[in-house]
Ligand binder design. Structure first.
Ligand code: SAH
Length: 235
């Protein structure tokens, strides 16, 4: 893999990747392409595109919020590990939990973590709206990330149960952020979330918004609601 491109791109966010970390990304790329022949992990396999649209796009989260050394971070609907696995490589001192509903993807994530020697990664299979009621996960995380999982009102309901008081949600969003945000006012109020900031990220020809929310109020026990209700009647 062209690790120069990755190192240069990360440096643009103020992130200094070591040669060791760049090597871990190269191994991750190899495994992604290999496993993608058997299970559907990504539509993108071209090396430069994976670097830009998966690795650097994931790392761009650092533009929006800092990752403290001992933080507990959850990535919901992580898929092939974006942004969670990329952040776990970049921040070996923080603890990462990568959650996805699909067992095969979780198996891939476990394989990557073990091949790369990452001891700060745990992969969990399950649905966010169910696991958010499990005391092992409820209100346990300093930061919860998510990319390309659901529209903002639904996404915030999935995520808010996992966040500690005053903890953060970083939602990686595309060009529809403004409309989604306008539709999320009710969800934010019900879930006790405040928008802290938005950060625009440009990588190549793509523009993304990373929106950071802070949890300001304890969440009522009934949230998140079961999937059918969330879909039928978004907050
Ligand atoms: N975040 C990755 C994957 C996005 S695809 C990326 O940006 O590349 C959406 C992923 O979310 C899928 O892997 C799907 O299995 C998972 N997912 C969707 N709804 C979920 C839920 N309610 N709980 C857990 N995972 C979910």
């Amino acid at each position: 893999m062209n690790t120069e491109r990755l190192i240069r791109g990360a440096a643009a966010f103020g992130l200094d990747l070591t040669e060791h970390q760049a090597g871990q990304f190269a191994q991750y790329y190899e495994l992604l392409v290999e496993w993608n022949e058997k299970i559907n992990l990504t539509a993108i396999t071209d090396e430069e595109e994976v670097i830009d649209k998966h690795f650097l796009d994931s790392l761009a989260g650092v533009k929006a919020c800092i990752v403290p050394d001992d933080a507990r971070i959850l990535d919901v609907g992580t898929g092939a590990g974006f942004p969670g696995m990329a952040l776990a490589i970049a921040f070996p001192q923080a603890q990462f939990c990568l959650m996805d509903a699909t067992g095969k993807k979780v198996r891939f994530l476990e394989t990557v973590a073990s091949a790369l020697g990452l001891t700060n990664v745990q992969a969990i299979q399950g649905r966010a709206e169910e696991l958010a009621h499990d005391p092992v996960f409820r209100a346990q995380f300093d930061l919860v990330t998510s990319r390309a999982v659901a529209a903002l009102p639904v996404l915030l309901e999935y995520l808010s149960g996992f966040v500690k008081m005053n903890g953060r949600i970083a939602a990686y969003k595309g060009p529809t952020f403004n409309e989604e945000f306008a539709a999320a006012a009710g969800a934010m109020k019900t879930l006790g979330l405040a928008l802290e900031k938005t950060e625009l990220v440009s990588i190549g020809d793509q523009q993304h918004t990373i929106a950071v929310f802070t949890k300001k109020k304890a969440l009522a026990d009934r949230y998140p609601r079961p999937q059918a209700q969330i879909r039928k009647k978004p907050l």
